[in-house]
Structure formats: C-alpha cells, structure tokens
Design a protein around this ligand. Structure first.
Ligand code: HAM
Length: 418
C-alpha cells in the first residue's frame, strides 16, 4: 500500500508529542486559573464574518490564510484561524456584556493556510486568555504577567524576550499613518511588491516586513511612539511602570505592529531565538474595538495567545508516563483470570497494562522496555495457590502477593506504603 500522509501542514500527535502538548495546555490552564481566568471553549468553525471584519480584510490571515467553506445550507463558514474574535462573539451571543469583567481561558486547534515550516503549521494549537471589561493599563499588565508566568512555569522564560510597543488609539494611529505614508511614498518604487500594495491597504504592516529592501527603508521611518497623543502615551507609560514594578523585563520594539487589525494601544510578543524563523511563542495586545466590529457595545479588552507546538518544541518534555503495573499471565490458561484482576485493579485507580500476546519472556521484555516498575506474574500454579509473584522491574526483587488482598495491597505498595 502506498504510504498515506496527513495533509500538508498538519501533524499527528503520537503519544510522546501528545504528552508534551498536554503538559503545555494543562500548565497554561493552571497558570491562567491562578490569574483568575476560567476555561471555556467555542466551536471550531464560525460564520465567516466573525473573522473578516475584526481581523481586517487586508490582513494576511483573512486575505490569504482562511479555510472557508459553504455548508449544505448555504452558510459561509470559516475554520477559526484564532480564538479572540470567537471568544468575543460568544460573550455577545450569551449576553454577558453586562457582567464584567470576564476573564476567559481557551485552548484548541486553529487553522491557517500558511507555508509550512518548523513551528508553522496549517492546523496548530493555541492556548489563550482574554480579559474583557477593564480599559486601563493594569489589565494589559495582568495579561502580560500571566503570559510571562506561563513561560516561567514551562521553564522557557530564560530563552524568551518580551517585545513591547504601543499602537496608540485611533487618533494617534491616524496621525502616524499620515507621517509614515509621507515618508514611504518617497521610496515607493524601492519597496517590495507586497509593501507597495500595503501602502494603500495597511501601511503599518510594512513596518514588520521581512524583505531586505523594505527593512532598509523602514529603519529610517518615523516612529509610532513619537505620534502618540497624551492619553495613549500615559496608557503606555503606566503599563511600562507596572511591568517594572513586578520585575517583568521588556524591550521596546518600534516595529512591532502585529498581524491583525483589531489591535490598539498595547502590542506585545514573547520571542525566542531557539526556534529559528518562527520565534514568536506568545503574542497579544489590546483590542478595544473588536466588540463593536462584531455589532456589540464598546467593550475594552486585552489578551494573549500562545502557540502550543512552539512551546512544546521549546520545553523539555516529559516522555509518556508508564503504567503503574503490568499483570502478566505466565501461560495462556491464566489470561482470563489476569484480565479479571486487571479490571479490578483499574477500578481501584491503578494504571494497569495486560500484555495479551507473546510468551512470558517476550512479555517481560516489552514491559521492561516500556519502563513499567512493577509486574505481577501469575501462572496456573499461582492461581491454584491463590498467589502471584510481584517483581520490581528495576531491582529484580520478587515477593509473593496473596491474590485475595488485591487490589488494596497493590494500591498501597505502588503508593509506597508497603
Ligand atoms: P497570533 O500572533 O496570530 O495572535 O498567534 C498567537 C500565537 O500562535 C503566535 O505567537 C504563535 O506562537 C502561534 N501561531 C500562530 N500561527 C501559527 C502557525 N501557523 N503555526 C504554529 N503556531 C502559530 C492571535 O492569534 C491573537 N488571537 C492573540 C490575541 C489574544 N490577541 C489578543 N488576545
């Protein structure tokens, strides 16, 4: 049979990888809970307009990367490329905008038709936290601190740098846009084709262009920070002071504009040099206009999302955890009795493997290779005597166990109580 691979940009999560993913997701949920965020979930697909307006028609995500389909009823649906717009949509759908603040955590698969490379997938996973309600800079600080705490819990904080910028309010951005356009127009013909197009659609995105030609021009461009009005300046300054007060180090990044249209004021990314080109492990910012873009009331909000694959690549992962015990039938006739014992022990909370094939030495070898610590060996003679041989696979020490005392004796032994 010809080898069948998963679709380009997707990956199976075999047990070792899934264990690392679970670790990232569980830790993220735990850290978010410490910050007061409650776990929730939204559907994997939404009506297309949930993304088209908030993320911006000219954003890469909406213009080139969505997986959209028409369902049999004629509705235009899009596999979610991110979780922020769906969370806000869910809040509006449930009529929860009067009960603020809302502090919500989520995790799950996202879909973007991107060119796959290390750390960049077409189906990937995010964990994210959204703080909806408060408009002040301390909310931004809380979100950034929560992201930093997640990286810390994963043991990867040391290799990540927090990049920070302010996009200001819409008045500041408008003033900056005018100044930036006046500057870039002088170099129009030297800009990359993509950036020339962005001159009309979204000039701020030219700032984070990776093209060498653009970078040289952008290096001399006017700075957003110089065009912030006093409110925007104050918001950013207070955020920076709050981060300093909590000992969270950061770096000003004038070119950080983020790829989605819904952002205002704070934009941030934690970037590592440990992953090659796809070094952003966690990013987010303030998105006060998103609720209105979805037809809701004005609702200040700020949040982050992190890539689970990228964090899993970076974090030293656990291997899959071996089961507590293997119950090994020494001969074919004892297998049914061993099966019944295994069911009983599992009901008592033990993780038990029951090797079903191979002779005794093959079974022992496989159990050993899997790293299982204890093996209970039972053959016809043992069944007759009502006993089993419990073998510590590391030391080789063996002791007789009365089958009548199962599962309690084993539960105690495995818990280290003897
Ligand atoms: P984002 O920067 O587009 O922001 O994605 C957040 C994180 O998801 C990235 O930093 C990266 O680690 C991961 N990621 C993105 N695309 C891919 C991909 N193709 N393959 C693997 N990992 C990827 C958002 O999605 C916003 N919703 C974040 C946010 C929350 N802003 C406010 N609240």
């Amino acid at each position: 049979m010809e080898k069948i691979n998963p679709p380009r940009g997707t990956a199976d999560l075999l047990p070792a990888e899934k264990a690392r993913h679970n670790l990232v997701i569980d830790l993220a949920r735990e850290v978010a809970a410490r910050y007061g965020f409650a776990d929730m979930a939204t559907p994997i697909f939404e009506f297309t307009e949930v993304f088209s307006r908030p993320l911006g028609a000219s954003s890469d995500v909406v213009s080139k990367e969505t997986y959209s389909l028409q369902d049999r009823g004629g509705a235009s649906l899009t596999l979610r490329p991110e979780g922020t717009a769906p969370v806000m949509r869910a809040l509006l759908s449930a009529g929860l905008t009067q009960q603020l603040p809302q502090k919500l955590f989520y995790s799950g698969p996202m879909f973007r038709y991107e060119r796959p490379q290390k750390g960049r997938m077409r189906q990937f996973h995010q964990v994210g936290a959204e703080l909806i309600g408060p408009g002040g800079p301390l909310a931004d600080a809380e979100i950034i601190a929560c992201g930093a705490a997640l990286l810390d819990a994963l043991g990867v904080a040391g290799s990540c740098v927090l990049h920070l910028n302010s996009l200001g309010d819409s008045e500041s951005r408008q003033a900056y846009r005018t100044a930036l356009l006046a500057y870039l127009e002088k170099y129009r013909s030297d800009l990359s084709a993509d950036s020339q197009r962005r001159l009309t659609s979204n000039p701020l995105r030219i700032l984070d262009s990776k093209e060498a030609a653009d970078r040289a021009i952008v290096a001399e461009a006017p700075l957003l920070a110089e065009h912030l009005n006093s409110d925007s300046r104050a918001h950013f300054d207070q955020l920076c002071s709050a981060l300093d007060a909590a000992g969270i180090s950061w770096q000003m990044d004038h070119r950080l504009v983020r790829g989605l249209d819904y952002y205002c004021h704070t934009a941030f990314e934690f970037i590592t040099d440990g992953l090659g080109a796809q070094g952003t492990v966690l990013g987010g910012g303030r998105y006060d206009g998103l609720s209105e873009m979805l037809g809701g009331p004005a609702l200040p909000a700020v949040g982050f999302a992190a890539g689970v694959e990228r964090l899993a690549l970076l974090a030293a992962g656990p291997e899959t955890k071996p089961v507590d015990l293997a119950i090994i039938a020494a001969d074919e006739e004892s297998l049914t009795a061993c099966f019944a014992l295994a069911v009983k022990c599992r009901a008592a909370g033990l993780a038990v493997d029951l090797p079903l094939s191979g002779n005794l030495s093959k079974k022992m070898k496989r159990v050993n290779q899997a790293g299982v610590r204890q093996a209970l060996i039972i053959g016809a003679a043992e069944l007759q005597a009502g006993t089993g041989q419990l073998r510590d696979m590391q030391s080789g020490a063996q002791q007789e166990i009365k089958l009548q005392q199962l599962p309690d004796r084993l539960v105690d032994l495995i818990a280290g109580k003897q």
